[in-house]
Write a protein that binds this ligand. Structure first.
Ligand code: NAD
Length: 386
């Protein structure tokens, strides 16, 4: 009989954004329970969070090092199976490294590290420790994105010519970091956020989505990054031309100063035979166009979707017409991550469907993308290799 996987968390304290999303999503399908955490940089707040989650106070820690030490000393059937890292970016690398070295599987938030060098080191460590490593690029876990990927894989679009991907938001259109807004404060600080602001925070999601759907790799970028807010040290807006392998071309734009935009991630993929279009704010539909034919709208949850894409069917919980969204996408990554951990524990090979979640390679790609767009922009949008 399978038992629930035991999850620990670092980050996600009171008032944090994404930690709570992880907790809700991980528990959605009943195969994971949260048992431990070092939830906040402030130990008092970590205890407060642990109490709110009704956790055993003995397993709510002041920091991640204490968590590793105590959890490792517990019997194997009690200690955490994996940790979810939901801290600001600067902490991802040291925490992931420490847990991997302690023999604990890791689910990490993006961008994976602060630098390319750290990303490459983490990749080596994942290979050496043979632990399961997930990276929470949420958007490739939506069923209709998996359907889009499978349409491209099955050749429905023909060779890809052009990819347009965007991720505009408007929440940083004012200097809210100066008022101490928690999420804005660290995102606009290079020491905590990394070399890029908007491009690291959401541009990487757009780049990851483009590569996942098309199966192509971004090889070169020409980027123009701007900090529109006076005194802001990192970009809050960026436009970027892309050159993929196999000759495809693309345009990526991301912004956090586009007033009125919320999370308007969207992608258009144009092939020699057909085009497709998906919008994160309307995630249950995928639009497909072929030459000289009416527009098709594929709708999540229908049998025809599952026939075309078993990965989309596996990522769907409720019948067509009842909307699914962001939480379910997180849960899909957790399901696949957990199934891969279980297969490993049972000394079985995880299925192709189960291993369909972003990991350390996508993390390295994201860090190389950030590095290249920053370099390109500094060189007046010169073409820069990834
Ligand atoms: P946040 O500021 O809301 O929360 C960060 C939390 O981490 C806080 O509780 C803070 O106290 C805690 N923390 C900081 N350092 C810590 C440490 N050393 N030990 C323990 N806890 C620590 O930030 P957020 O918006 O939730 O973002 C967190 C991460 O999630 C970032 O890397 C961000 O890029 C990522 N994120 C991803 C998505 C997605 O869609 N995948 C969405 C939002 C944020």
């Amino acid at each position: 009989m399978e038992t629930k996987l035991r999850m620990g968390m670092v980050g996600g304290g009171p008032g944090a954004f994404i930690g709570e999303v992880h907790r809700k999503a991980a528990r959605m399908d009943g195969g994971i329970e949260i048992v431990a955490g070092a939830f906040d940089i402030d130990p008092k707040k970590s205890r407060q969070m642990g109490a709110a989650l009704c956790l055993d106070p003995q397993r709510v820690y002041a920091d991640f090092n204490a968590m590793i030490e105590t959890e490792r000393a517990l019997p194997e059937n009690e200690r955490i199976d994996f940790v979810s890292i939901c801290t600001p970016n600067n902490w991802h690398f040291p925490i992931a490294k420490a847990f991997l070295e302690a023999g604990i599987h890791v689910m990490c938030e993006k961008p994976m590290t602060l630098t390319v060098a750290e990303a490459l080191e983490l990749k080596q460590l994942v290979q050496k420790t043979r632990k399961v490593f997930g990276l929470m690029h949420t958007y490739t876990a939506y069923p209709m994105v998996k359907l889009a990927r499978d349409m491209v894989r099955q050749g429905d679009l023909g060779a890809i010519r052009k990819v347009i991907v965007q991720y505009p938001q408007g929440w940083l259109a004012r200097a809210i970091e100066k008022d101490g807004q928690q999420q804005a404060s660290w995102r606009t600080d290079p020491r905590q956020s990394g070399a890029a602001g908007c491009m690291g925070d959401i541009g990487t999601h757009a780049a990851n989505l483009a590569e996942y759907v098309t199966g192509l790799t971004i090889k070169e970028v020409a980027a123009d990054l701007t900090a529109f807010i006076k005194g802001r040290k990192l970009d809050d807006d960026g436009s970027c031309l892309l050159r993929f392998n196999k000759g495809a071309k693309g345009v990526l734009h991301a912004s956090q100063v586009s007033i009125g935009q919320e999370n308007n991630l969207a992608i258009w993929v144009h092939g020699e035979n057909a085009s497709l279009e998906w919008h994160q704010e309307h995630p249950n539909h995928l639009t497909v166009d072929t030459i000289n034919a009416p527009t098709q709208i594929w709708k999540r949850g229908n049998e025809y979707v599952g026939k075309k894409s078993p990965a989309a069917a596996r990522s769907t919980r409720i019948p067509a017409g009842h909307p699914e969204g962001f939480l379910e996408a997180f849960a899909n990554n957790y399901c696949n991550f957990a199934d891969t951990i279980r297969a490993k524990a049972n000394k079985e090979k995880a299925s192709e469907l189960a291993t369909d979640f972003p990991g350390v390679n996508e993390g390295v790609a994201g860090m190389k993308f950030i590095d290249a767009v920053v370099k390109s922009s500094k060189a007046n949008a010169a073409w820069t290799k990834i």
